[in-house]
Design a protein around this ligand. Sequence first.
Ligand code: UGA
Length: 439
Amino acid sequence: MYKIAVAGTGYVGLVAGVCFAEVGHNVICVDIDEKKVELMKSGKSPIYEADLESLMRKNYEAGRLDYTTDFRAAYKDADAIFIGVGTPELPDGSANLSYIASVARQIAESIEKDCLVVVKSTVPVGTNDKVEQFINDFLVHNVKVEVASNPEFLAQGSAVHDTLKASRIIIGVESKWAENILKCIYEPFHLPIVTVNRRSAEMIKYASNDFLALKISYMNEIANLCELVGADVKDVAKGMSYDSRIGDKFLNAGIGYGGSCFPKDTKALEYLARQNGYEIKTVKAAIDVNKEQKLAMYKKASRRLITFHGLKVAVLGLTFKPGTDDLREAPSLDNIPLLLENGADIYAYDPVGADNFKKIYPEGKIKRGTITYVESVEDALIDANLCFIFTEWDEIKGLNPIDYKKHMKTPLVFDGRNIYEVQQMLDAGIEYYAIGRKQ
Ligand code: UGA
């Protein structure tokens, strides 16, 4: 078993570290944030993710997993150091590599034995070459160091499962030495391994994410067209899904993709193409479609109503998808400011994302409207004049159509996630608007 250090304890780093420990490796997770390290040592996860805390506790108690801010001690005798720090989007769409650079510098100054540095963070093609050069430029001890690319494909909300049961492990290497180390590290996972060169591995990550983003934007456009020609996008998706070349995943039309990955990675690939004198039209189209799609429900509601001013608006779901408290690029963040500007009194419910939302929009009067956070779906719906559904949480999906009718003053529902059957809602006496479906 290997001694592994992991830099960064966000979604990518922490989940990777915990899963490496779970299969038997000796893992030390490094973060600069003292409070976060203490929290993790006490068995608590800094991110909301199913199954993570129980594995954190189990492996910490077994002595296979630890956390530290002392990067020197963690890196100096590691066999492999995985980098899982963020690469957030810069205003021009490019990826901010400053966190990667600072970890690379720390590694160069700390390692005292031969070591494989593995970049898990999503980085533009060619970055790993530069990271290897950078570490070698600043190396303090006379040791061998190589960099490998090992992109991550986990989705938030199912991160542990997606790591332990990953569809594939991509190994991007330039030597047999690096390949062998990574193959041994991943051997206990018993997963398919695809070995390619570093640049191809980096590209696989962007190409995969952007393909999924394209798939969603494509279905959203098909949905918009369905509305105009009287077809039903759910039935269309079902009919398409039987073709194994298309598959049955990521065909759900809605109010656009959010999160920390698709929006950032589509823009980063578009930027990379532009930097290389190429225009990647398909990805550009996915970005444009997504931007407009986020307001699809708001626009429908604006067409239906004279004003939002003074109306009680129930908002169900704030996060970019269920199973996470993450609000990054969530459609709620595009819609709620518009509703507030237009004088709506919002009653928002989200089972885990409300506290994060409050930090951006504190309870009370904002612009011409107000926002109140409630503890249950029912509390949001009571006496509401209209309702927006932005996230398909189970608590919201589980609601009976009759509940809308029972609680709301006027049962007018704008469902951005196509949760209900149209007929079922109409039968319950609800004026129901969905995406790409016959009203
Ligand atoms: C995504 C990818 O699914 C992961 O494979 C990848 O590793 C990850 O990005 C990353 O690069 O780190 P994630 O952003 O956590 O994972 O969430 P997804 O489940 O992919 O959903 C992204 C967005 O697409 C959500 O807003 C979701 O509502 C939307 N979506 C998804 C749809 O609108 N329709 C669908 O059919 C599927």
